[in-house]
Ligand binder design. Sequence first.
Ligand code: ADP
Ligand code: MG
Ligand code: MG
Length: 207
Amino acid sequence: MSALDGAWARRWIEAVAERVAARKAELTALDRAIGDADHGENLDRGFQAVLGRLDGLDADATPGAVLKLVATTLISTVGGAAGPLYGTAFLKAAMASGDRAELDAPALVEVLTAARDGIVARGKAELRDKTMVDAWSPAVDAAATAGDDVRAVLEAAAAAAAEGAVATEPLVAHKGRASYLGERAIGHRDPGAESTSLILRAAAETA
Ligand code: ADP
Ligand code: MG
Ligand code: MG
């Protein structure tokens, strides 16, 4: 397939809301091990609020309008570390998407890159700091070399994010709450990297 429209963006975000709700306890359990046991609740609160507001959006809203609504809603409802980080990611993604009615493969790569760059600019995490960047960065790299089919781009991103999330397990954390634990963080998957994998998997499966 060569391009994705606003209806896809809406399907994607609805799927994220559904999957976050279904996996809320699992995401919170990851955060219980190396954080403060609220990551699933934080994201569920945010994406349920997004669902409520999506109804108010025009039926023919652009992908950028959907992404912007996600950004503003997450920023105002989630809090903690993940709220501003995901909020910034979706805001930068919305800006990269602009007023395009459809996103082709190069545009999708721009959008994913902008999201990742926004998280890095905001949180200052580097690769292997055991954060969501460890899922986003390989996802962007894989997307950039996946070719011209939007489904292939998103599938590559989702697969790389899943691997990136698993690869956080042996790491010591250098950012966020898990960084207070030193070596005790070893053996646990980063919750934000796992939720990033969920978000990108939903993008691929709704395309
Ligand atoms: P909080 O830690 O405030 O309770 P959450 O539990 O919702 O917030 O989110 C925690 C996740 O946020 C971590 O698993 C990690 O992926 C991500 N995170 C924390 N700090 C940073 C940072 N500086 N840069 C990137 N991601 C970060
Ligand atoms: Mg937390
Ligand atoms: Mg918290």
